[in-house]
Design a binder for this molecule. Structure first.
Ligand code: NAI
Length: 335
């Protein structure tokens, strides 16, 4: 059988382990794992490879794709669901196929969304540090009951739906906004679809579960934050550029937003997934966000469960095998 050579970018030990476990010693696949990200500056490293495997912060723009085409790369395999970092038109023009992992444990991201909300609301992050410092005071740790609140789910796709179902367990009123509403599921779940404006105006908690597209960029900006209820909590586990960080910082300073939990940040590339301890953090807006006691940030880790990693590795290998065998991609994987 023909051997397929693949360059993997922006890999960490947990990615490599998941892929090696899923491949199970597949002799037909030669994997080159790189820690650096793919961009036009690093694309030369794909020489001799028929496929590249990339993640959320690799910069696969037109210049990078043109170089990959010159090197004979036939496939860009995203090991994630979002594909906003790949220039699909450029790939098409060069005859390079682009595939992704359209679905993997939506529970991983939905459960992390709930973990962020509960941690921030009940101030578990602050309590954890206090108690370890023998400070058993409860001052400043007052939260609210999630029960009885109104929760808004923006984007009711795979992850938004699981998130809504988890929230339902708390006994909340559920509002949803999606240009393609899933009315049958909504009726069964007890979610009411409404406009984005009404959702923002009525919800105590707003959670974003939509893809980043030119239309959804800065969905949350000064004008939309102004529609939000005073004291509302905003959670973003989707993509950083859905939020105008400057507007959110202003709303935190004025007290208009009660809390912000982020797993993604608009300028996360080059910061998230890396250890920057021991050096100054050069991103002033991220530093400002981190200075608020009512902001909780994780470093794009919502997907990071054993189950999700195994599913990502399995689907990506399946996509690569299809290239090797000349088979068509499965529905939803090809872009
Ligand atoms: P999906 O494709 O199943 O659902 C997305 C939903 O958003 C669809 O129902 C779509 O109609 C809706 N939508 C599109 N434009 C919209 C708009 N302007 N306003 C409101 N809704 C809109 O996607 P899935 O699997 O639920 O993932 C959602 C997002 O989560 C992904 O696009 C990705 O950016 C993010 N994600 C983050 C991860 C993390 O580790 N933090 C991991 C996986 C995904």
């Amino acid at each position: 059988m023909k051997t397929l050579t693949v360059s993997f970018y922006d890999t960490k030990s947990y990615d490599r382990q998941a892929f090696l476990d899923a491949a199970g010693g597949d002799a037909g696949m030669e994997c080159h794992f790189h820690e650096f990200r793919l961009s036009v500056e690093t694309a030369a490293s794909a020489a001799g490879c028929e496929a590249v495997c990339v993640f959320v912060n690799d910069r696969v723009d037109a210049a990078c794709i043109s170089m990959l085409a010159e090197l004979g790369v036939k496939l860009i395999a995203l090991r994630c669901a979002g594909f906003n970092n790949v220039d699909l038109a450029a790939a098409k023009a060069h005859g390079i196929a682009v595939v992704r992992v359209p679905a993997y444990s939506p529970h991983a991201v939905a459960e992390h969304t709930l973990a962020l909300l509960l941690t921030l609301n009940r101030q578990i992050h602050r309590a954890y540090n206090r108690v370890r410092d023998s400070n058993f005071s409860l001052h400043g740790l007052v939260g609210f009951d999630v029960n009885g609140k109104t929760v808004g789910i923006v984007g009711t796709g795979k992850i938004g739906r699981v998130t809504a179902e988890l929230f339902r367990g708390f006994g909340v009123r559920l509002l949803g906004y999606d240009p393609f509403p899933n009315t049958e599921w909504a009726a069964a779940t007890g979610l009411e679809y409404t406009t984005l404006e009404t959702l923002l105006a009525q919800c105590d908690i707003v959670s974003l579960h939509l893809p980043l597209t030119p239309q959804s960029r800065y969905l949350i900006k000064a004008e939309t934050v102004a529609h939000m209820k005073r004291g509302a909590f905003l959670i973003n586990t989707s993509r950083g550029k859905l939020i105008d960080t400057t507007a959110v910082i202003d709303a935190l300073k004025s007290g208009h937003l009660g809390g912000v939990a982020l797993d993604v940040y608009e300028e996360e590339e080059g910061i998230f997934f890396e250890d920057h301890s021991g050096r100054p953090l050069l991103d002033d807006e991220l530093s400002r966000l981190l200075s608020f006691p009512n902001v909780l940030i994780t470093s794009h880790q919502a997907f990071l469960t054993h189950e999700a990693l195994a599913q990502i590795a399995g689907s990506t290998l399946d996509n690569l095998h299809r290239l090797r065998n000349g088979d068509a991609w499965r529905d939803g994987t090809a872009l």
